[in-house]
Design a protein around this ligand. Structure first.
Ligand code: ADP
Length: 599
């Protein structure tokens, strides 16, 4: 229970970010809604009593008061309802936005973890309708209404008890005992049934999350990855999966049956209790303990009290269920940063004099045992062109990931101009790199926005960069030229080839114009002519910037004066093409192995 309220508090904090007054709105709404029936009951009683005493004017006065109060409460309800409904509609979307944002800014190392991935999957499941923030707001509101109503009921029941005339006291006590027993029984049954009902609801929703995620995955893949589906005839497999998705209907029916039974049992018990409480209050009226008008007030109060008690249990269970789910989001969104968050600005140097140094850097990936980098010592200055070579899995890409602060070194440190890179503000730090990763991503947005990484586009610069990577002509022939939408995810876009995408990714790196260019297997998807062009123009491309160039094509590294050779996470050789060949070590062995194919 404590955990549930903690989760609800966290959830309301999230809501507050978007809607600072949400809690006040919910409470005002609940107050108005809970007060309305009692205002009516109290004034009905007063009007009936005035009428039975022939006090017509007083009756009219009460009627006018009742109508005015109801109107005022109705107006509050109307406006707060409107806001609560709006929260309901927008909160799930907004939560999804917060999750997306967190996913985009969180540390890469954290992002890769399974529980982060699970949170994102759950968020997507929620977007598919497994109940979410909107419903939680609704249930919290309903729960608060029940609690306020219970307080009202207790007040009026206490008043009834105090007003009982002494002569009927014993009789009233017996009736109250009977009612109390029934009430306790009803509460136990109600609680049990409400728990059963919410458990089965919870089970249904959890099963649905999985089916929803499978269903949207299949729908997405079936419209994107057509080639493989056609040629491996995956339709049958996918249809089988989709049929298993139809199990959802079965789950709903199963839950519907159970829930129908639970509701029937509860309403039968409530009706018995309502009848008994009317008889009790009726007897009190006949005995003259209470006025005729008050029969309505007190019988109504007792009957409502039971409704509110069972209602509060039901809504509490719903809140608990939703809180469990939503807690996953809050946990994800509020995940603290793993690392020291740097604040230092990057020194803006007109001479571009930056120096990186890896000092005794060793690294193993989180939750793994083996070091993939061992005691790396390496210096790099602006203007240097460094080639990094080595077999697959030697640790080349990992070196780049550490340099870009996607991971922190397990041991040792990386310095920029003598200061640990972790101490710099991360956003500023990223401005000095133009990386093209092996698994780079372009997005389904217009081509120019992809290359310029934003909406502000310098057309001259864009054209120069496209020219440098040999894409100008291709882009000129596209339907919307540089504004052409890439890929089909977001509309009638253009599918570019792997090689073209790689050229665009290089153009994006050039457009960024950062002092350090990192090219990780930059020509893997290019055809031999395009690859040759990249090498020939390499110095033009890079100009006076630093470049770290990773390639498994040894011939492509020849033009670099400084080549480091990685083997099993260690730097085993360093030199230029000629000196390394002379050494007849790892480099020579890799080079000769590839040269054989061309001989
Ligand atoms: P290279 O770029 O030289 O081919 P990598 O730096 O990509 O090599 O990989 C070095 C080693 O680290 C490999 O054994 C690889 O399996 C492992 N590795 C890479 N990424 C991860 C990761 N995210 N988690 C665990 N191990 C990884």
């Amino acid at each position: 229970m404590k955990q549930t309220w903690q989760n609800v508090r966290d959830f309301l904090k999230l809501v507050k970010k978007d809607y600072p007054y949400a809690v006040y709105v919910i409470i005002s709404n609940a107050l108005a809604k809970a007060s309305l029936p009692f205002v009516n009951l109290v004034y009905y009683a007063k009007i009936i009593d005035a009428l039975t005493n022939n006090q017509y004017e007083i009756a009219i006065k009460y009627a006018v008061l009742m109508i005015s109060l109801s109107l005022a409460l109705g107006i509050i309800t109307h406006f707060t309802n409107r806001d609560i409904e709006m929260y309901g509609y927008t909160l799930d979307g907004s939560l999804m936005q917060q999750i997306t944002y967190k996913a985009m800014v969180m540390e890469y190392e954290e992002f890769e973890k399974t529980d982060s991935m699970d949170s994102i999957r759950m968020a997507k499941g929620k977007a598919n309708g497994a109940g979410g923030a909107g419903s939680q707001i609704e249930y919290i509101n309903l729960f608060v209404i029940q609690i306020i109503s219970i307080i009202y009921s207790l007040y009026f029941m206490g008043k009834l008890f105090i007003n009982l005339k002494y002569t009927n006291f014993n009789q009233a006590i017996i009736w109250m005992l009977i009612l109390s027993f029934m009430f306790v029984g009803l509460l136990i049954i109600g609680n049990k049934i409400s728990k059963l009902s919410s458990d089965s609801f919870e089970e249904m929703q959890r099963k649905n999350v999985h089916f929803n995620s499978v269903s949207s995955y299949i729908c997405y893949q079936a419209t994107i990855e057509i080639k493989d589906i056609l040629l491996y005839q995956l339709q049958h497999l996918f249809i089988t999966y989709n049929q298993s998705v139809n199990k959802r209907l079965g789950i709903y029916i199963e839950w519907g049956k159970k829930n129908g039974l639970y509701t029937a049992i509860i309403s039968l018990c409530m009706n018995i209790f309502a009848a008994t409480s009317y008889i009790f209050v009726g007897v009190l009226a006949i005995n003259g303990s209470i006025s005729i008008g008050n029969v309505l007030l007190y019988a109504g109060t007792i009957q409502r009290f039971v409704n509110y008690m069972t209602g509060s249990v039901t809504y509490y269970n719903q809140i608990r269920y939703h809180a469990d789910f939503l807690n996953e989001y809050s946990k994800f969104i509020n995940k603290p940063n793993l690392h020291y968050v740097g604040t230092l600005p990057i020194e803006k140097r007109s001479d571009n004099k930056y120096e990186f140094e890896f000092k005794n850097v060793s690294f193993k990936y989180p939750n793994t045992e083996n070091y993939v980098l061992k005691d790396i010592n390496l210096k790099l200055n602006v203007g240097d062109k460094l080639a990094v070579v080595g077999r697959n899995g030697a640790g080349k890409t990992t070196l780049i990931k550490l340099l870009c602060r996607l991971y922190e070194p397990t041991e040792g440190e990386i310095l920029l101009n003598g200061i640990n890179i972790g101490k710099y503000d991360y956003d500023e730090y990223t401005t000095i790199f133009s990386p093209v990763f092996q698994d780079f991503a372009l997005f389904s947005i217009p081509l120019d926005e992809n290359v310029a990484s934003g909406l502000q586009i310098n057309n001259k610069k864009l054209s120069e960069c496209l020219e440098k990577v040999g894409m100008n002509e291709k882009v000129a022939n596209m339907s919307d030229k540089e504004h052409t939408l890439l890929y089909r995810d977001n509309g009638e876009g253009v599918n570019v080839s792997g090689g073209e995408a790689q050229k665009l990714a290089i153009a994006r790196a050039l457009y960024k114009d950062a002092p350090f260019v990192i090219l990780d297997e930059p020509t893997a998807a290019l055809d031999p002519i395009a690859e040759a062009e990249v090498y020939e123009n390499f110095n033009d491309l890079i100009e006076n910037k630093s470049a770290i160039y990773i390639s498994h094509r040894m011939s492509s590294c020849k033009f670099c004066d400084d080549i480091v050779v990685f083997k099993d996470g260690e730097i085993v050789e360093r030199g230029n093409h000629t000196t390394l060949l002379e050494k007849d070590g790892e480099y020579a062995s890799l080079y000769n192995a590839q040269a054989e194919y061309y001989a």
